[in-house]
Design a protein around this ligand. Structure first.
Ligand code: DHE
Length: 558
């Protein structure tokens, strides 16, 4: 058997046997090519396929199946291995299974590079200890040197924190005037911004693990501390329980698979806890990544969702030295989610299992595991009172052209009659195609907004869809955000992504997410008339994606 490249005999012993043919050598790569591919893999691929390439939302990409047999024959069990040509086609054009096309993001040379790279053994990044974290910690402005009161006149509760993904920056935009207030440096491709319980601090977390805290009480927003959580991160939240408001910050990392607890005002590192362990099926997993994290207001707890194991952890922060955590078994591949209207249940998508798990944070138990259409992706979801079925929480889907409405329990007597529907999908709203990422509504609105940025059709990906909640059987109204922006057409698709309401609930902001060198925009619609109210374009608005209205984020209004 020919055995060149990096595959060790030990690794090979665990692989299925080829029925005929032999393993081809892994493609040759220079050190420079490998370094470039490693960077692209981190920026574009690791989120779905994992650093160790064991697969989650994306398929397993370990060499035993990416590396071709030299005569193209099949593995035992009939699995066809891939090889450079096939991998290039998959990377360029995507698949029906949900892999997006990269032909408008990567060059032909980069696609070839990646097709070869993923046939090599994965590069394993180093671990990240509490000492590493402490070494990275920068206290830029100590607490006693920060303002004692708000020094500017901006209506902080209506500020929007906007991710400028590929620029590695965050824009704070005044929601009253629609003017860019300040653009700040952050980690690479900030994933989410979260707010302190006081509404004064914005916390950001970059994909590269860099976390920052921005103080909005200065005349101009100022970054007052930063710390690195690891090399790949997605989530942060503060402690919100009475008496613990903003005392702690928790951050979750994809690599290393762990969560870290810090001081809420200074980001001084306090503790790291690994999430490596068994999946709900009983298998050991070396890379169980931390996906969404939310803070309970009814107990001193965070809900920490561990993707690959399907364990939902309730982490009790009332005694950090003697940390207690409850592990709730749900389903594998936990991702994003949001609270129901009562704030008691947290609903999280187990996306590659096509399920939504609901945790009862009052009893500390799993309330339900709801089967949904393919690959639910709620963002934080959206809550409203359905005319026939009472309170519902909703999620869109990456893999199906529907929005699922799930009935949620309520202690209010007027909703008791809907109990029989609880934890069932009571309606599926028809979308024009799959590829939805975010849904949103507001207690003061009668509209329900859904995007479809991951749909391969330009017309669909560049639009958002608005359902009338008084008549959910009506087709949604299509708003073509790219056209409405008034910007000239570009070769790359400009994805219309993440509807976010202002504090009054009468405006909806949509990001028009273009290529790094194209002019992008934020298009603001009047929620009543569905007409464009304002287009924010500026050379600083580079690849805008997530937008977080201060008030709505603080109070989980969605
Ligand atoms: Fe996200 C939320 C992970 C790709 C924009 N995204 C989340 C959360 C997780 C996550 C775990 C929940 C955080 C929380 O609530 O604590 N996202 C991932 C990925 O692993 C994935 C699939 C691939 C990756 O490499 O990161 C991914 N996400 C994207 C994007 O490509 C998006 C569209 C653009 C971008 O900025 O990168 C994107 N994700 C968002 C946004 C939220 C989010 C805007 C927060 C939604 C909210 O309303 O809270």
């Amino acid at each position: 058997m020919k055995l060149k490249g990096l595959m060790s005999a030990m690794a090979l012993a665990t692989l299925p046997l080829a029925t005929s043919g032999a393993f081809a050598a892994a493609p040759e790569m220079t050190a420079d090519e490998r370094a470039q591919a490693k960077q692209i893999y981190f920026e574009r691929c690791a989120g779905c396929h994992g650093v160790l390439r064991k697969g989650a939302t994306g398929k397993n990409l370990e060499p035993h199946w990416t590396k071709t047999l030299d005569d193209g024959t099949k593995m035992e069990g009939g699995t066809l291995q891939l090889g450079t040509d096939r991998l290039e086609r998959i990377i360029a054009y995507g698949t029906e299974g949900g892999m997006v096309n990269y032909d408008d993001i990567l060059t032909k040379e980069e696609i070839n590079l990646m097709a070869r790279y993923i046939q090599l053994e994965p590069d394993v990044p180093p671990e990240f200890s509490l000492k590493d974290m402490k070494d990275s910690w920068k206290l830029i402005v100590p607490v006693d040197q920060r303002p004692k009161k708000q020094l500017n006149k901006v209506n902080l509760q209506n500020v929007f924190a906007v991710t400028l993904r590929d620029a590695g920056k965050l824009a704070l935009i005044d929601g009253d005037t629609h003017k860019i207030w300040k653009v700040l440096d952050t980690g690479y491709a900030v994933h989410i911004s979260r707010l302190s319980a006081s509404g004064r601090y914005v916390y950001t977390v970059g994909r590269d693990g860099l976390t920052t805290i921005i103080d909005m009480w200065f005349e101009e927003p100022t970054t007052v501390a930063s710390v690195r959580l690891g090399s790949d991160a997605r989530s942060v939240d503060v402690s919100k329980f009475k008496g613990f408001e903003d005392k702690y910050l928790i951050g979750g990392t994809y690599w290393p698979p762990q969560y870290s607890i810090m001081d809420g005002e200074t980001l001084e590192p306090i503790k790291i806890v690994s999430t490596r362990g068994q999946t709900v099926d009983g298998d050991y997993h070396p890379e169980p990544r931390v996906a969404s994290i939310v803070a309970s207001t009814i107990k001193p707890e965070w809900v920490v969702n561990v993707k690959e194991t399907g364990q939902i952890l309730l982490v009790d922060y009332s005694d950090i030295k003697n940390l207690k955590s409850t592990a709730i078994e749900s389903a594998k591949f936990l991702h994003d989610g949001g609270w129901d209207a009562s704030g008691r249940y947290f609903l999280v998508a187990a996306n590659a299992s096509n399920k939504v798990a609901a945790v009862d944070t009052k009893t500390g138990k799993l309330a339900a595991l709801v089967d949904t259409a393919k690959i639910p992706h709620p963002g934080r979801g959206a809550n409203f009172v359905h005319p026939q079925f009472g309170p519902v929480w909703s999620t869109g889907h990456l893999g199906d052209a529907v929005v699922s409405l799930i009935s949620t329990p309520s202690e209010e007597a007027k909703y008791a009659k809907y109990k029989e529907h609880n934890w069932k999908v009571v309606q599926e709203l028809k979308m024009p195609g799959a590829g939805n990422l975010f849904v949103k509504t507001h207690p003061k609105s009668k509209n329900f907004w859904a995007d479809a940025p991951m749909n391969p059709e330009r017309e669909i990906a560049e639009s958002v869809y608005v359902f009338d909640m008084n008549d959910l059987n009506k087709e949604p109204k299509q708003l073509n955000v790219a056209k409405d922006s008034g910007l000239p057409e570009t070769t790359a698709i400009r994805r219309a992504v993440q509807p976010e309401y202002n504090i009054a609930g009468d405006e909806v902001w949509i990001s028009l997410w273009g290529g790094k060198t194209d002019q992008s925009a934020i298009v603001i619609y009047d929620d009543k008339t569905l007409k464009v109210k304002r287009v924010i374009t500026d050379p600083a608005i580079v690849t805008p994606t997530g937008k977080f209205n201060v008030f709505n984020t603080m109070h989980d209004v969605y």
